[in-house]
Design a protein around this ligand. Structure first.
Ligand code: UD1
Ligand code: CA
Length: 449
């Protein structure tokens, strides 16, 4: 069944008290918008249309970062949810199959819930996602009779009796695309808010002999973000679920409550994650790898048998092959470490390729930036980089070579060569004692003054 997604993301989100459009605030290191798009993407939609308004260009870019095939339409004035959906009509009014409306600020809808809505389309022309609210507040209320949804009443327009209902509208709605856009074009704005309510399509459908129904999900899935406090609570909820899922999937978390996941973190079975590890976007940890405490990882790939940390930082483009060892106070950025590479201590590798079984000594730095441009360092297989080597890029170290500790390497090193680039040592017998005596005399003279 072909599905088109319509994601409403034009609202400003006044209550966030922010210059940033609401849907770009981050939850689990990803814009809120990406959460809704990820849930929808699980249905393998043929088209995804994002309706933007406030901060339109920024929101459009974020949508395309998540899915480069996403299409964007602009709603210049926010005249209500039906008006927002209508902006997608030029793209989707004749689309075959189903249309599903999601909100960009509602991050926790599960793909299986959306699938249940598509399945319910066999029974109803319009399917609405509802939930039983602990505190129904200002949500739209669902008026039902048996299996049928009769109407959705917005809080502002509801009678006291209707307000006492606890079955509420999540905002997610599904119908055949052609039906949805036909109904939306008939919605008026004669209501308490003077807005075009998407919710009015239920009564319009019924008046035309079409049936409407409800799929009910847990309230936790329909949580919408309106304030920073809600965003913080949503972060806590996301992390609690991500930790539970990781444990369920066979990942060891020694202190689960101190580990923070991103929306797209992938961790294989039997991986071990120590305390206080933070995952930014784009991290994959393969089965059996170990991330020790206090590491910060982003945009990186750690293969089987590798171990990282404690206190290591892997930045975007860090690729660790099998059995790589990265120790404490090591930073790796845009660098490929082949199998068995060891980088034990106090090192920066940026814009580098390191061949298999090479050992990088403590305090090594790839000097990758000349103040204007970035340059690459290429290190071969089974190389030994002595401690405190400065590798001034662009530079290449051949297979099996060795650099002396403290070297500043500015020229390529041939395979199997020893490179020494430091001043030769001189020892002056007895000079230290004489020097100390002289210094003590100076100090004593100063004390007398
Ligand atoms: C809406 C529903 C209400 C439901 C509630 C669930 C309507 C009329 N009401 O109310 O029944 O219980 O959501 O949270 O649909 N948006 C646009 N353009 C607009 C207006 C809204 O893109 O012109 C977007 C917003 O950015 C937001 C979503 O649509 O993502 C919902 O809009 P909002 O104003 O929050 O609707 P509610 O009043 O909360
Ligand atoms: Ca809302």
């Amino acid at each position: 069944m072909q599905v088109s997604l319509i994601i409403l993301a034009a609202g400003q989100g006044t209550r966030m008290n922010s210059d940033t459009p609401k849907v770009l605030h981050k939850l689990a290191a990803a814009p809120l918008l990406h959460h809704a798009m990820a849930a929808g993407r699980a249905l393998d939609p043929a088209r995804t249309v994002v309706v933007v308004g406030h901060g339109g260009d920024q929101v459009a870019r974020a949508a395309q970062d998540c899915d480069e095939t996403a299409e964007v339409v602009v709603q210049d004035e926010q005249n209500g949810t039906a008006h927002a959906v209508a902006q997608a009509a030029p793209l989707l009014a004749d689309a075959p199959g189903q249309a599903l409306v999601l909100y960009g600020d509602t991050p926790f809808i599960r793909p299986e819930t959306l699938q249940a809505m598509l399945d319910a389309r066999d029974r109803h022309a319009v399917v609405v996602l509802g939930f039983h609210a602990a505190d129904p507040g200002r949500y739209g209320r669902l008026l039902t009779r048996g299996d049928d949804l009769l109407a959705i009443r917005e809080f502002k327009d509801a009678s006291p009796e209707e307000r006492s209902l606890t079955l509420c509208n999540s905002g997610v709605i599904c119908a055949e695309a052609r039906t949805l856009f036909r109904l939306v074009s008939q919605v008026g704005n004669a209501n308490a808010a003077g807005e075009y309510y998407l919710t009015d399509i239920v009564e319009l459908a019924r008046a035309q002999g079409l049936s409407a129904g409800v799929v009910i999900c847990d309230e936790s899935q329909t949580l919408g973000i309106n304030t920073r406090a809600e965003l913080a609570a949503a972060e806590a909820a996301f992390q609690a679920r991500a930790r539970a899922e990781a444990l369920e999937n066979g990942v060891t978390l020694t202190a689960p409550e101190t580990v923070f996941f991103a929306l797209d973190t992938h961790i294989g079975r039997d991986a071990v994650i120590g305390p206080n590890v933070i995952f930014g976007p784009g991290v994959t940890i393969e089965s059996g790898a170990e991330i020790k405490g206090f590491c910060h990882l982003e945009g990186c790939h750690v293969s089987r048998g590798a171990d990282v940390g404690p206190f290591a930082r892997l930045r975007p483009g860090a690729e660790l092959a099998e059995d790589v060892h990265v120790g404490n106070f090591v930073e790796i950025k845009n660098a490929i470490l082949d199998q068995g590479v060891k980088v034990g201590h106090l090192t920066y590798l940026g814009d580098a390729d390191v061949g298999e079984h090479t050992n990088i000594g403590a305090g090594t730095v790839t000097c990758n930036y000349d103040g204007v441009m970035k340059h690459r360092t290429t290190i071969g297989k089974r190389v030994f980089i002595g401690s405190d080597t400065m590798l001034v890029a662009p530079v290449t170290i051949g297979d099996g070579a060795l650099t002396g500790s403290g070297s500043v390497i500015t020229e390529d090193v041939p395979a199997e060569a020893v490179a020494l680039a430091r001043a030769r040592q001189t020892n002056r017998p007895g000079l230290a004692t004489k020097l100390f005596e002289k210094l003590r005399a100076i100090k004593a003279a100063k004390a007398k003054d």
